[in-house]
Design a protein around this ligand. Structure first.
Ligand SMILES: Cc1cc2nc3c(=O)[nH]c(=O)nc-3n(C[C@H](O)[C@H](O)[C@H](O)COP(=O)(O)OP(=O)(O)OC[C@H]3O[C@@H](n4cnc5c(N)ncnc54)[C@H](O)[C@@H]3O)c2cc1C
Length: 479
């Protein structure tokens, strides 16, 4: 069966890969000239890579790890020591570590918290552990119910004091969702914490050994095309064309550089676009349907990714770092963490600036200057004194609408992959799946979509194509 997929982010590519596995023929149509969506990367004129986002992979990403294994590229993940490392703003230039011992979960994570002497007092540790108990004991249902609270509200209700928030969770919230604990839904943090507590290597971090476009997306494309599928760049979906019964008749693709628009037809259609362009693209009759109206409850959150090349080594740390800076979220010295970006003499810091709503409209120069001012606190030895580190060059990548903004109450707006339209499906990390707005969530959503299509259109029986509108889909079906 031929399936047209709009969007070559990880969700669209994963969907196409798993459709190909099931014997279907996907055609992926990507609007930009680069693969990967939010993991897209580019090479500058010096041959240096810069990326949409600093991406960390976790042990608790079973679908991503399975995908890499199926593609035979799991060795491209460079696993780091099992630890979480935080800067200490009150002691500039020093770090605090949560070293996770190699013992079964959840004792490994508990031991890492108990052994950390810098960031939490015994009383705070005990209060936090007690506060977490309902999430551990009552499981995902309790976690989902907590979507009505912000994480800060949830912490207060559990009697956990504010210092825990400022010391640990501002950093964690910014890293996971690009917003602060007073804005983020409690469900998000509790979901992540549960995964980390339940899986021995869940919180272990890996970096890809090069750019996501070449080292992750290209092999997926090769896998799809070698088996008859197609992936087209510069092919923006302009309009979803409908049949009289409201099902999809075709995808109208905008012709670029004077070329004619083109209609692509298929047996089934998938939107693997992020939620913001999808909302704009919805055909009028669909806008009257509750399923699609709910998408109005979701929108992408702004975030900025910076790359700073320096004339010297600022650190030898080969890991992700939580900056605990008001301006920045996580960062890494990619000259240490990533094989293809390695440089023994010079640092290339990749940093995520979040929350970014007040910065997204500012100039690159202003953003870089504010970041350097923060680095003076993170690396005081290299920026004070007579011979401060010199910035050689920088790249700033702004994403005004990235993953959906995970504020309280959003879970109810996240759609299932199966829509009420018989031949139209959704994929994307914003759709309902248990791994939040992440690479794992994107890969899982694509897989779920492929499974749903394969169930509706078994390859051996192509005449099975339904053209009637389905009954409304529910989220519960897919989680
Ligand atoms: C700064 C940053 C850091 C991040 N860090 C992490 C991390 O450390 N770990 C982690 O797991 N996740 C991280 N993420 C999140 C992760 O990148 C995303 O959740 C995931 O890549 C989303 O994939 P997707 O396929 O759902 O959506 P997208 O990547 O948004 O893909 C949608 C695609 O649709 C295309 N499209 C849009 N309109 C059209 C159209 N009209 N026609 C055709 N195509 C169209 C877009 O160009 C895009 O390629 C980070 C994201 C950012 C921005």
């Amino acid at each position: 069966m031929r399936v047209a997929i709009a969007g070559a982010g990880l969700a669209g590519l994963s969907c196409a890969k798993y459709l190909t596995d099931a014997g279907h023929t996907p055609i992926v149509l990507e609007s930009r000239d680069v693969l990967g969506g939010l993991v897209a990367a580019w090479k500058d004129s010096d041959g240096d890579w810069y990326e949409t986002g600093l991406h960390a992979f976790f042990g608790a990403y079973p679908n991503m790890l399975q995908l890499l294994k199926e593609l035979g590229i799991e060795d491209r993940l460079q696993w780091k020591e099992h630890t979480l490392i935080f800067n200490q703003p009150d002691k500039p230039g020093t770090l605090s570590r949560f070293d996770v011992p190699d013992i079964p979960s959840p004792f490994n994570v508990i031991a890492s918290i108990l052994r950390n002497k810098d960031m939490l007092t015994w009383e705070q540790k005990i209060r936090f552990a007690v506060g977490l108990l309902p999430a551990v004991v009552r499981g995902q249902k309790y976690v989902e119910d907590m979507d009505k609270y912000s994480f800060l509200e949830w912490l207060k209700r559990q009697g956990v004091d504010e210092r825990v928030t400022s010391d640990v969770f501002i950093a964690a919230c910014k890293a996971l969702t690009f917003i602060n604990p007073d804005e983020v839904s409690a469900t998000i943090l509790l979901t992540a914490l549960n995964r980390f507590l339940q899986e021995r290597y869940g919180s272990k971090i890996a970096f890809l050994d090069g750019s996501p476009t070449e080292r992750l997306c290209s092999p997926i494309v090769d896998d799809i095309t070698e088996r008859g599928g197609e992936v087209r760049l510069n092919a923006p979906l302009k309009e979803i064309l409908l049949n009289a019964d409201g099902t999809v008749k075709g995808y109208l693709i905008r012709g670029l550089n004077g070329a004619e628009d083109e209609v692509i037809t298929a047996d089934s259609y998938v939107s693997a676009m992020s939620v913001d362009p999808l909302k704009v693209m919805l055909p009028k009759p669909w806008k009257l349907m509750e399923f699609f109206q709910k998408l109005e409850g979701l929108e992408g959150v702004p975030v900025i990714n910076l790359h700073l090349w320096f004339d010297r080594k600022l650190t030898e740390i080969d890991h992700l770092l939580f900056s605990r800076s008001p301006l920045l979220s996580v960062y890494a010295d990619m000259s240490n963490t990533c094989r293809e970006y390695a440089n023994p003499n010079r640092s290339m810091l990749e940093l995520v600036l979040a929350p970014a709503k007040d910065w997204i409209a500012k100039s690159d120069e202003e953003i870089v200057a504010a970041t350097i001012a923060e680095l003076e606190k993170l690396f005081p030895d290299h920026f004070g004194g007579d011979n401060p580190a010199t910035l050689l060059k920088s790249h700033v990548v702004k994403t005004p609408r990235s993953v959906y903004k995970a504020t309280p109450g959003r879970q109810q707006y996240r759609p299932a992959q199966v829509t009420p339209i018989a031949n139209f499906y959704l994929a994307g990390s914003y759709t309902m799946q248990r791994y939040l707005g992440s690479m794992e969530g994107a890969v899982l959503s694509g897989k779920l979509t492929a499974q749903a299509i394969s169930e509706a259109l078994p390859v051996a029986n192509s005449s099975n194509l339904q053209t009637l509108t389905r009954p409304p889909a529910t989220n519960a079906a897919t989680a």
